[in-house]
Design a protein around this ligand. Sequence first.
Ligand SMILES: Nc1ncnc2c1ncn2[C@@H]1O[C@H](COP(=O)(O)OP(=O)(O)OP(=O)(O)O)[C@@H](O)[C@H]1O
Length: 277
Amino acid sequence: MVSIQNLHFSYKKKKVFDGLNLELKPGHIYGLLGKNGMGKSTLLCNMAGLLFPKEGVVRVNEFNPAERQAEFLQGIYMVPEEFHLPNISIEAFLDGYAPFYPQFNNQQFQQYLHIFDIPRDSTLQHMSYGQKKKVLISFALASNAKLLLMDEPTNGLDIMSKSQFRKVLAESINDERCIIVSTHQVKDLENLIDRVTIIEDGRILFDQTVEAIVQKLSFRYSFDDAEVKAAFYAEPSLRGSVIVAANTEGEEGKLDLELLYKAIVTNGITIQKLFNV
Ligand SMILES: Nc1ncnc2c1ncn2[C@@H]1O[C@H](COP(=O)(O)OP(=O)(O)OP(=O)(O)O)[C@@H](O)[C@H]1O
């Protein structure tokens, strides 16, 4: 669905990508992680055709996003981190934007608004940031676009809304759809994503399915000093140390996304070797 080869991108003198490669398939929810300023938003904008590569190839649903053909635009929806919504009612917003998405389902949209507790007769300008975000998320899901790009979608969402977000996203994935969620709120992605992609220094540092991660790595508490020392990553906790270690027992445990992220950022090359065998 998304194929990126040898992507080079710069903002004037600021180099962001330096030969980035990435393949994303339908049927998955991808978690896109990385430190501040590593280029997550820039990558999503390159996929959406809002920014153009300096070098390399980006293909989305077989289209070149930079050409912004109508058929390409119908198949993609991006919920940006920062946005401005017009001072109109939700109904007027729908009348203006839904026709761009031939598969838009008004009934689904109303259901999502209900789940997120947004009154249907609201005016966008009078809403809080979190409420606006929920309207955009509802619109994105109801558009039935095949590729959904979400940049920090849970920013501004309250605790209940975050869990509703996880639920509706998990229910909305199907074999034809691909969802990419870029975030720092890793807890919000737990039990939701099935692939983890981490960007660092202009390239993909780590890109693995959750299935492969829990096969290869173990996330657990340890009181054994030697084990803690040998771990890929360890941090003290009230119950001994919490560690990321090789899964030598072959038991598939639960992924701790925050620990994985810290382990990759501090010890990514060593961990990557484990996946290359
Ligand atoms: N319009 C711009 N002009 C110049 N440089 C920019 C512009 N937008 C972003 N940058 C720079 O490009 C780099 C990547 O920015 P980007 O917003 O894609 O990162 P990010 O990973 O999404 O960051 P964050 O996690 O903080 O949201 C940063 O170093 C940023 O300073």
